[in-house]
Write a protein that binds this ligand. Structure first.
Ligand code: SF4
Length: 255
């Protein structure tokens, strides 16, 4: 499935896999789980298995049909490195990304151990950005796994940020996203947590993207941090005008 995304740091989502299982505190209020169950109840054939891990063979080549360059978030409805997804299926997803140099692909996982294990057997073309979720200090170890893979852009998604992150090892990291949790049961993010990460990124020279404060009604809390919008993106030779504009906005706001 491929759809235009409301996520602030991407354009499209591509879901050759759906379904997942919760693995850490960041998963507590998983949006994908809620959405999958809603789609199942609505009778969507793609979600006949609800939130069980399901691979969609017919979607594996979908990005090849898009000529216009796009920034694509891979598997917003799952985790590509889930242990129920075969090595060969993951490799085929990477082959599609390699065969679509016109696009930029953003892959995000909480299964960093499997990423590190499989990393050397995957293709890493420059249009694949690889990230891990770091929602709380107890999962900061995922960063050590991420830096083992030779992705051109390695990023951290600190969302939903549910605790402070001090002394983040930012060496080898090219982008950091921070966001508070949104939707029913959203856990609050302290401003000091977000400010500390922004400061650590500035000191390390790492682009910082502040996605949202979140909350039950996220449109009311906005995405301004200390009076600025932080839309910084990693420089990449392979991004379209859409990202270029964001890089410029980020520079204007923070130079
Ligand atoms: S890893 Fe992601 S998709 Fe899977 S349960 Fe956790 S938040 Fe949801």
């Amino acid at each position: 499935m491929a759809t235009k995304s409301a996520i602030e740091w991407t354009e499209m989502t591509w879901n050759p896999v759906s379904g997942c299982t919760k693995i850490s505190q960041g998963c507590k209020n998983c949006y994908a789980a809620r959405m999958a169950l809603r789609l199942e109840a609505m009778g969507s054939p793609r979600y006949a298995n609800g939130f069980q891990v399901t691979t969609h063979e017919d979607l594996i080549d979908t990005p090849k049909k898009w000529r216009k360059p796009r920034t694509i978030f891979v598997n917003s409805m799952s985790d590509l490195f889930h242990d129920q997804i075969s090595d060969s299926f993951i490799k085929r997803v990477f082959e599609t990304m390699r065969d679509c140099p016109q696009h930029t692909f953003q892959v995000l996982t909480k299964r960093s151990e499997r990423l590190a294990k499989l990393g050397s057997s995957l293709d890493w073309p420059p249009n694949v950005w690889m990230g891990v979720s770091v929602e709380r200090a107890d999962v900061m170890r995922r960063i050590a796994d991420l830096v083992k893979v030779p992705a051109k852009v390695r990023f951290l998604s600190c969302e939903p940020l549910i605790g402070p992150l001090e002394n983040i090892p930012l060496n080898g990291i090219h982008w950091v996203i921070v966001g508070g949790e949104s939707g029913p049961g959203a856990r609050p993010m302290k401003s000091s947590w977000a400010e500390s990460i922004q400061l650590q990124c500035r000191e390390a020279g790492v682009p910082f993207f502040f996605k949202q404060w979140g909350g039950v009604r996220k449109h009311k809390t906005g995405r301004t941090l200390n009076g600025s919008i932080f839309n910084e993106m990693p420089p990449s030779p392979n991004v379209g005008i859409w990202n270029h504009e964001l890089v410029q906005i980020g520079r204007v706001a923070h130079t």
